[in-house]
Design a protein. Structure first.
Length: 322
């Protein structure tokens, strides 16, 4: 029913009207991993979905990087009209191998957030290791594990201090009878410094920090937090010889970062911080905790509702009270 309601609104020109009303309110989109046409990976964005969504953005909006978005506001005291910034978290190799040609085909820039220490040590993200364990356990048992229980284990591990989290993950893997390899399988592999330099040289891809080790920032001490924020920026700038002006909180939901960390970002020289809770970049949005619109799967109709601003207009009373 909701699908047909959205189709009717679009047919009657509702999406176009929403875009016009909300043209001064930027949208930040969030993607992660990508998969090619022959790959089976339900957690990764398909190349077909990416092409449809980038085509929609290119036809109806002005694609910008996060740096361009903030730079325009600094120079004109307002955000550019119809601005959409696309962000890619974690910096997996699939962005380079699968997604980048599509971004170039549609001439859409992007901001890629990378985990500096993991790139430096050629390691992989702990959440990817968790997903790997679940995948292998299901293959071995020939059935589906209890999804709710698996999610509960993940949420519990998320909130632990880093050492305890890693020990908990190792114990979870042992319980499942799965050995975690030292090096990531191809779909979980992160880009290395050489590959990232190639991206920087293109001139259309900005690199931002996603911390040093991908912790839940609210679980850190203030000194640990300062290290994750400042050291990651310094390392990326040194390795890639490019400015790093944006920081993306790992996980990034409400409760995953603290108010003092917004100040730490500013003190470290970042221009903004990027969160992951849903929202639009209104005048009330916190510069160091900007909200985003997450990947919605293969439903282009739902994607249009979010990116065109219909969802914003439905939530406007909440924004007016902010």
């Amino acid at each position: 029913m909701k699908y047909w309601i959205r189709k009717t609104i679009m047919a009657l020109g509702g999406n176009q009207l929403a875009r016009s009303i909300t043209s001064r309110i930027p949208r930040i989109l969030m993607f992660h991993r990508f998969r090619s046409a022959h790959e089976v990976d339900p957690q990764a964005m398909s190349i077909a979905d990416l092409r449809r969504q980038l085509d929609y953005v290119r036809r109806h909006f002005v694609p910008v990087t996060i740096a361009q978005l903030l730079g325009e506001r600094e120079s004109s005291a307002d955000y550019p009209r119809k601005a959409v910034a696309i962000t890619i978290d974690d910096g997996h190799e699939s962005f380079l191998n699968v997604a980048l040609p599509v971004f170039r085909e549609f001439d859409v820039p992007a901001t890629v957030f990378i985990v500096s220490d993991l790139v430096e040590r050629e390691q992989w993200i702990w959440a990817d290791k968790f997903n790997f364990v679940v995948e292998r356990a299901r293959e071995k048992r020939g059935d589906q594990q209890d999804v709710l229980n698996t999610q509960a284990v993940f949420e519990q591990l998320c909130r632990l201090p880093l050492d305890e989290r890693d020990l908990g993950l190792a114990e979870f893997a042992r319980t499942c009878g799965v050995e975690i390899p030292a090096h990531a399988p191809p779909k979980y592999r992160l880009m290395n410094w050489e590959q990232l330099r190639h991206l920087v040289a293109l001139g259309t891809i900005d690199i931002g920090s996603h911390s040093c080790t991908h912790p839940i920032m609210s679980q850190l001490t203030q000194s640990q937090s300062e290290y994750e924020i400042a050291h990651s920026k310094a390392m990326i700038e040194q390795r890639l010889a490019c400015p790093v002006t944006s920081f993306c909180y790992p996980n990034g939901q409400a409760g995953d970062y603290e108010d003092y960390q917004l100040r730490q970002l500013e003190q470290a020289g970042y221009a903004c911080g990027i969160a992951s809770h849903f929202g639009y970049v209104t005048q009330h949005a916190k510069r160091y905790a900007l909200p985003r619109i997450n990947y919605v799967g293969n439903d282009l109709n739902l994607f249009a509702k979010y990116v065109d601003g219909i969802e914003y207009l439905q939530r406007k009373p909440q924004y007016d009270l902010a």
